[in-house]
Ligand binder design. Structure first.
Ligand SMILES: O=C[C@H](O)[C@H](O)[C@H](O)COP(=O)(O)O
Length: 228
């Protein structure tokens, strides 16, 4: 995964997207270090009187939002006006997400939003998607999915935990295969192929879902509007 961006660039992007949040909105709260800056900025606005409700996309974003005093709800009770989320790679309007293994819940929340803003630093931008695609799988299906991914031309690797022996276990109790497909020429086709594999809970290809990409640098932010 690309983790090279500066924190100042991530902060600029997160705070830029947070400016789109308006009184009365239901806001999807993304996961990761860039989305965290947006959550903190929204928290400061809530402190100052902004009346919004957040829908978290992970344990991490829920915990941070609670720390920031943002009232929370789930999708049984509200519908999302605006979602703000990070990405591991951005090529045109397509993304790879799931560096933090949160992509299944993120996709549900981001896809349900009226508007979806992506926040990123310049290291995430690319001409073609090419970082490994995180694929969340039912634990009992990890071997069958790995074989099927190889048949699709991918090289799957079980994601290992860093401060625990064994695999990363997602917020949903599943495992993650990071699947290297090299340069992805047809993201929509690959997304569709991965979605049909039995045992795949969700993959990290977000094709044509974003409405805007906010790319921060230490000197400012570029906002790219996408036609979806
Ligand atoms: O699972 C994690 C998410 O998809 C993150 O939004 C993505 O990994 C980007 O995270 P960061 O902003 O920390 O690079």
């Amino acid at each position: 995964m690309k983790q090279g961006g500066s924190d100042a660039a991530k902060q600029a992007a997160g705070e830029s997207a947070a400016e789109a949040v308006e009184d009365g909105m239901v806001v999807g709260l993304g996961t990761g270090s860039t989305a965290a800056h947006a959550i903190r900025a929204i928290g400061r606005a809530v402190d100052a009187g902004l009346d919004i409700v957040g829908v978290p996309t992970s344990f991490q974003s829920r915990e941070l939002a609670r720390d920031c005093g943002i009232p929370l709800a789930d999708l049984d009770d509200v519908s999302v006006d605006l979602a703000i989320d990070g990405a591991d790679e951005v090529a045109g309007g397509d993304l790879i997400k799931g560096g933090g293994a949160a992509h299944a819940r993120e996709k549900v929340v981001d896809a349900s939003a009226d508007r979806f803003l992506v926040v990123a630093d310049p290291t995430k931008e690319a001409d073609h998607l090419s970082v490994p695609v995180p694929v969340e799988v039912l634990p009992m299906a990890r071997s069958t999915v790995a074989v099927a991914v190889a048949e699709l031309g991918g090289d799957p690797e079980l994601r290992r935990a860093e401060r625990k022996d064994g695999p990363v276990v997602t917020d949903n109790g599943n495992l993650v295969l990071d699947c290297d497909f090299g340069d992805i020429e047809d993201p929509a086709g690959l997304a569709s192929d991965l979605s049909t594999l039995p045992g795949v809970v969700e993959h990290g290809l977000f094709v044509d879902m974003a409405d805007e990409v906010h790319v921060g640098t230490a000197d400012g932010v570029t906002v790219r509007e996408l036609s979806t």
